[in-house]
Design a protein around this ligand. Sequence first.
Ligand code: GLA
Length: 691
Amino acid sequence: MTGKACAVQQFELGVCYYPEQWPEAMWEDDYRRMRELGFTIVRMGEFAWNVFEPEEGVYDFGLFDRAIALAHRHGLKVILGTPTATPPAWLTHRHPEVLNASKEGVLYRHGMRRHYNYSSPVYREYCARITRSMAEHYADHPVVVGWQIDNELNCEIQVFYSEADHAAFRMWLQNKYGTLAALNEAWGTVFWNQGYSDWEQIHLTRPTPADSVNPHLALDEKRFISDNTISFARLQAQIIRELAPKQWITTNGLFGHLDSHALTGELLDFFSYDSYPNFSTIWNDADRDTPMLDRTVSSTLSRVRSISPNFCIMEQQSGPGGWVNRMAQPSPKPGQMRLWTYQSVAHGADMLLYFRWRTATFGTEIYWHGINDYHNRPNRRVAEAAAVGRELGRLGADIAGSRYAAEAAMVRDYANEWDGELDVWHGPLREESEYGWTKALQLAHIPFDFVYMREETALEELTRYKVLVYPHPAIMTERTADLLKQYVAGGGKLLFGARTGYKDERGHCRMAPFPGPVADLCGVTVEDFTLLNGADSAATPLSWVNGLSGTETPARAHRFNDILRPEADTAEVLAEYAADYYAGMPALTCNRYGSGEAYYYGAAYSREVAQALIGRLGLEPAAAGWCELPPEVEIAVRVKDGRRFAFLLNYANREVEARLLQEADDLLEGVRLAGGRLALPPYGVKVLELK
Ligand code: GLA
């Protein structure tokens, strides 16, 4: 893993705190109890613009000066948020042009948050001023260790249609294309007479019949939003760097239409994430037989790790979540809050703050519960936080800086993610394949990373993995194709799925046999294809050949079927379609290429197909030879200085049993285990070090 890591000597555990929402008389007791729980750090300030600047140009740091001084006295460090996610009413009232707008041009008004746009020069000026005054004021404060820019950039809304955004988009396009002729070409505007003869004619997507838009414009719109978000964050990052060079900078993601890798690479010291696994209890799980629920968050955490190998969880769920009007979640069961904490830690968190210290008694989030209830008396969540505090107090220095170990990775890129939002011919495939692989790898106890394919991705970032799964890179540049060929030629095993390589980076279809620039790597071409979109034809039966076999009878090829034609002698057929007009035609192939293998599967990967391939790929369970694990348990291994820390996480609501095949230290209990039966209680966690 590359990327900028959160670098701490000792694990930092803490909580998000809102001193402006509580009587000052409560602060002292709050901080005292935070320390009792083993907390070392608090985040504050990110929504308090009115407190810092009650009127335009009038600054008042009194409340936060006192809150921070008291935190200092109690030995707590402080992360300060810039309050730009919540512009004051005095600002939006005077300058409505700072507001974001819907596609129809209707302004989003005061009364929520994130109702502003990133493009308005006026808003940027106000944001620069508040950031400058806060950074000047707190630059040398001994306990202010770092800054969070804004809050959750692109959460809640990730499209922007104010007048300022349309204008900024035009500027961005002029910079990208130079001439209208180049833009017209890239967007294929000869189709349906969409050509532009003046830059002023161009807009971000607007309402249209059938809600259909030019797909190349839609892709550029997302690229623009990402660049524009980064440019908005850059303004604040530059001010803080200049005025407060000793304090670090982060922000909390991970949201749409934003290249968080570029954001972090250019502006931040490390990336942060807000983890709310309880969302999974109100989302549907496509495969209900053994639903992954909160375990799927591990896959998201692996994406976070692709940005920062050690990261901060700026908000960790500490109770039931819910706004007054949406997101109604059940209460986490006893043990789940601790389990989710270790899920984050297992995946690379070295700093973790619970959201939030106490549930708000007013506002939209009166049901987004904190560790403490409204009544502020001891409860089971406080007890769980205390257990985590004790445990991480012991373990923290050992595990800080250790790195998650994986031999396999899933590959993603932003262009396909954004293009696939509109394009129903490839977009839905990725999620299905990632889910299939996540589940297969999780149940086989094989840890995996994510790698993002970017312009600057280097071969060394790929060759650290034995296996890469890049399920549906419909858009494939020649550069990416070359890099992947080098990876396979050098011994890597690479797996593609349906629709690979048929578009160029503008989103135009190639006039070449698919999979375009990787056809020679795969040793096959796509002879024919069909989208499966009817209730009775969402999946086509498969038959295995050449020794591959699966658990499901019959295995099925989901969502899309590329019918393959082997072109190279080195291409071997591993499965055929077993129905429809293409029965008997190849569905899954493996091509030997240099010292490696390139697989092409003509459909979206299901868990069963991924499971059938895992054995052949030579991937081993992380506990192979030292522990037998039941399917309910996830394993993650973090490694540092030759030491290996194995996290065992039981997501089930019942006790499950593992079998330890050798001696190990149980680091949470502080005992040496001889081997044999190892019980994990409901939602239980073990951290083992092998002897
Ligand atoms: C996000 C925000 C927090 C809070 C929580 C719960 O993560 O950053 O301010 O709103 O969600 O809704």
